[in-house]
Ligand binder design. Structure first.
Ligand code: NAD
Ligand code: UD1
Length: 338
């Protein structure tokens, strides 16, 4: 039975995707170096799906380790999540980001090619659109980067396009995620940030559960309806099913596609706070502070290409996102160590 390799397999998006793939009848193998995750996350996936996910501890930059994995398993495709993703950290440690994300992906692709495995789904990000002028954002919008993290994703988009152009046997889906939030409805797996969360939803959850006193809202003077930043939040289970659809698409279609995974609907920071506290009946104290450097006013997808190519669209709404995020947070106040 061919196996789908999930790099970064113990991470937030990969664990949710593993569930979708297992439920659709795929065999999966997870590979992770646990730089930002724990093996317990995959044990929880096993609990949800009734079977354990095989797991290899390895780094994607370790070519010899990847050689062993590809020799020992019948891998048919790779969903490549492994990467560092903290924007602030990337500005302080650019080399770590280029090494891990760019060099790591090049190593992975080299080993894949050697083993004739040429189907790849790649985790890109809406960050490649920089400060987009036109909303909603279509895939053909100009791309740019404002920090080393974004630059690493942009470089990889170019590298993968060059790779596919050099050898048409490659089938590559570049998925540009908007803002993944929420958790599996079981409450067993979810986002488990290290230290102080950078992103809005985990911060709101930690305030609601009492781990942090209040949320700092970064600016209320943007040119948006209520002055706070607007983003396209997408439920992580919708994002997960987008990967399944992308894999099924690649089985039918050669070439390279770059596709937005978003809902097409933006919500402001204040709307997110209100939804979280109204639906979950919990207080989320907040204070307006200065803008966060580098932030943009609004960012939301035109998700129509994903519907056209993959037959995929997001099904879950804001209620599901905040309810599921809260269930995970309440059941696991200290993440997988709870
Ligand atoms: P995550 O940190 O939870 O998952 C990434 C996983 O990759 C972690 O388990 C980490 O330990 C592993 N990893 C990192 N470097 C590795 C290496 N060299 N070798 C092996 N494993 C390694 O993050 P996530 O939110 O699940 O993100 C998955 C991917 O999606 C990342 O590439 C990220 O850049 C991208 N992405 C995430 C978001 C988001 O908001 N979460 C948005 C856009 C794109
Ligand atoms: C983040 C990433 C970006 C990635 C995108 C999609 C950062 C700096 N950027 O940006 O690279 O492409 O997710 O996953 O991590 N906010 C607050 N208070 C907080 C946290 C956030 O007010 O404590 C606001 C922000 O100003 C923004 C919104 O909430 O308006 C969402 O922020 P965040 O979750 O960090 O996502 P992005 O800004 O889209």
């Amino acid at each position: 039975m061919p196996v789908i390799l999930l790099t970064g397999g113990a991470g937030y998006i990969a664990t949710h995707t593993a569930i979708c793939l297992l439920e659709a009848g795929f065999e999966v193998l997870a590979l992770d170096n646990f730089s930002n995750s724990q093996p317990q996350a995959l044990e929880r996936v096993g609990q949800i799906c009734g079977r354990q996910v095989p797991l290899v501890k390895a780094d994607i930059r370790d070519e010899a380790a990847l050689e062993r994995v590809f020799s020992e398993h019948q891998i048919s495709a790779v969903v490549h999540f492994a990467g560092l993703k903290a924007v602030g950290e990337s500005t302080e440690q650019p080399l770590a980001y280029y090494d891990n994300n760019v060099a790591g992906t090049v190593t992975l692709c080299r080993v894949m090619a050697r083993h004739g495995v040429k189907q790849l789904v790649f985790s890109s990000s809406a960050t490649v659109y920089g400060d987009a002028r036109q909303m909603p954002i279509r895939e053909d919008a100009p791309r740019s980067a404002t920090n080393p993290y974004g630059q690493s994703k942009l470089m990889l988009e170019y590298i993968l396009a060059d790779l596919q152009a050099s050898d048409p046997a490659w089938r590559i889906a570049v998925l540009r995620y908007f803002n993944p939030v929420g958790a599996h409805p079981s409450g067993l797996i979810g986002e488990n940030p290290n230290g102080v969360p950078n992103n809005l939803m985990p911060f709101i959850s930690q305030v609601a559960v009492g781990k942090r006193a209040q949320l700092a809202v970064f600016g209320d003077d943007y040119a948006t309806a209520d002055g706070t930043g607007v983003r396209d939040y997408i439920h992580v289970m919708d994002l997960a099913s987008g990967h399944l659809k992308a894999l099924q698409y690649l089985q039918q279609q050669p070439g390279l596609v770059a596709v937005n995974l978003g809902t097409g609907r933006g919500y402001s920071v204040l709307e997110m706070i209100k939804a979280f506290s109204d639906i979950n009946q919990v207080a989320v104290p907040y204070q307006i502070v200065a803008r966060r450097p580098g932030d943009i006013a609004e960012c939301y997808a035109d998700p129509s290409l994903a519907l056209e190519l993959f037959g995929w669209k997001a099904e879950r709404g804001l209620e599901d996102m905040v309810r599921d995020a809260w269930r995970w947070q309440q059941q696991n106040p200290d993440g997988y160590c709870s």
